[in-house]
Design a protein around this ligand. Structure first.
Ligand SMILES: Cc1cc2nc3c(=O)[nH]c(=O)nc-3n(C[C@H](O)[C@H](O)[C@H](O)COP(=O)(O)OP(=O)(O)OC[C@H]3O[C@@H](n4cnc5c(N)ncnc54)[C@H](O)[C@@H]3O)c2cc1C
Length: 400
């Protein structure tokens, strides 16, 4: 079921996972594949023929590093349960590609939001997954990647990944850079995430990018990041008990994912807040919760007033955002801000999670000419924008 309005509350229950998946036979170049919603089946015969042809062609290639046209091999380092339905899969680059991969991963972490595709070789399908940030003490260039994966009932890729053991081989394509959050934030200071399930992964990427001085520069430039995190079951609310009881020092028995959230909280304090919502406990994210998050964020005032966004600004116009897709930001990294001179930028609300979740909170994305565009802001955030009479005009809504 999609996540409809339940009174003024929204359920996180959805039938499909996050959008933009591609079911892609190996030889199809990235530029020719559509990022698809939901499952898609290819003729196995056609796929086998094409795959054979591709391998014959590709066997001459020596570059085995991560790239966005061809799948490359990584080795599974660990597969650790986080809850009955979620696990953290850790993989590592092959030594032969380590130097090149390290440089590519460094660039991806510097960009901020990014994902890769995994391939299921028997079925020739591919799905996007979002790398969790490096742990404390790592700089992200060790060639290791970690993913929080939810095992979907009947889900082809997530169940395939859940069966991976140490030493197994997986195939990756990417990295795919998403929205350029620092550019879009500009001189604004607040980021709110409305995240469903594994949709917390991009939020943690933002914590890594925006709150780590070593990644982002000056201390006084750090924004606040508040995450409204919805899960179906209380067992998936990682770190909630620890935050409530202020426990969290016994790292020995904690999952790597729990440890990561606790470390982030310890390092970033009130600049990193998670509010938990659980279907099981009938605690859904409602319009009032989002309004409260936006209000409390706006209350931590900056000493400057933001200029109103120019309608033709590449980074800050709502209209131009509605007609673009997340990967576009990486194509024009040097485009100038066209807002009036002075302090310019927009606070940011990101909605990340399954399709139905995004639709309920921010409205559907829109397919046009093979591109999945952001579309207008609708759903709960559309209602808030309509009712607020300008009070949330400095917030830009991104659908991840
Ligand atoms: C940018 C991006 C990043 C993502 N990051 C992550 C991440 O970090 N972690 C994560 O876990 N997920 C992530 N996802 C979602 C992920 O890509 C997959 O969609 C998810 O793992 C489910 O894939 P699957 O192959 O297991 O399920 P699928 O086989 O695609 O099935 C999905 C659901 O649909 C149902 N279904 C299957 N076939 C049908 C059918 N014919 N008709 C109706 N329903 C059907 C299944 O039972 C299942 O519940 C991300 C998605 C995107 C777009």
């Amino acid at each position: 079921m999609r996540g409809p309005l339940q009174g003024r509350a929204l359920s996180t229950s959805t039938s499909t996972q996050r959008s933009n998946n591609s079911a892609t036979p190996e030889p199809v170049p990235k530029s020719k594949t559509k990022r698809r919603r939901g499952p898609f089946v290819y003729s196995i015969g056609a796929v086998t023929g094409l795959t054979t042809a591709w391998y014959a062609f590709a066997s001459g290639s020596k570059d085995e590093s991560l790239n966005d046209t061809r799948f490359t091999a990584f080795d599974v380092v660990s597969n650790e349960p986080v809850s009955p339905t979620a696990f953290v899969l850790t993989i590592r680059s092959r030594d032969s590609a380590l130097a090149k991969n390290s440089a590519k991963l460094k660039a991806a972490w510097e960009h901020g939001l990014w994902s890769v595709e995994f391939k299921q070789p028997q079925l020739q399908i591919a799905r996007h997954y979002t790398p969790l940030p490096p742990l404390e003490g790592e700089d992200g260039t060790e060639g290791q990647l970690r993913f929080l994966v939810r095992k979907m009932q009947g889900g082809e890729m997530s169940n395939y990944l859940s069966r991976m053991h140490v030493g197994d081989q997986v195939w990756l394509r990417g990295p795919h850079h998403g929205f350029d959050i620092p550019k879009r934030l500009g001189d604004a200071r607040e980021i709110v995430f409305v995240a469903g399930g594994t949709g917390i992964a991009p939020a943690l990427q933002m914590v890594h990018k925006m709150l780590n001085a070593s990644v982002n520069g000056a201390e006084d430039f750090k924004p606040s990041i508040r995450i409204l995190w919805a899960n179906r079951r209380s067992v998936d609310c990682v770190a909630r008990d620890e935050f409530r009881s202020k426990r969290g020092e016994n790292h020995g028995t904690q999952s790597v994912f729990l440890r990561q959230i606790l470390d982030m909280k310890r390092r970033h304090g009130d600049q990193f807040i998670i509010d938990y919502f659980v279907d099981d406990e009938k605690k859904f994210i409602g319009i009032k919760d989002i309004e409260a998050a936006l209000r409390s964020a706006s209350a931590t005032k900056t000493t400057w007033t933001l200029q109103p966004p120019n309608k033709s600004c590449r980074w800050h116009s709502d209209k131009l955002l509605a007609a673009s897709m997340d990967e576009d930001d990486g194509h024009t990294p040097d485009a100038a801000c066209a807002c009036p001179q002075g302090r310019a930028g927009r606070n940011i609300v990101c909605v990340s999670g399954p399709d139905g979740f995004i639709e309920a909170f921010a409205g559907p994305k829109r397919w046009t000419g093979g591109r999945e565009l952001q579309g207008l802001v609708q759903g709960a955030l559309g209602t808030i924008k309509q009712q607020s009479r300008g009070a949330v005009d400095d917030w830009l809504v991104l659908k991840l």
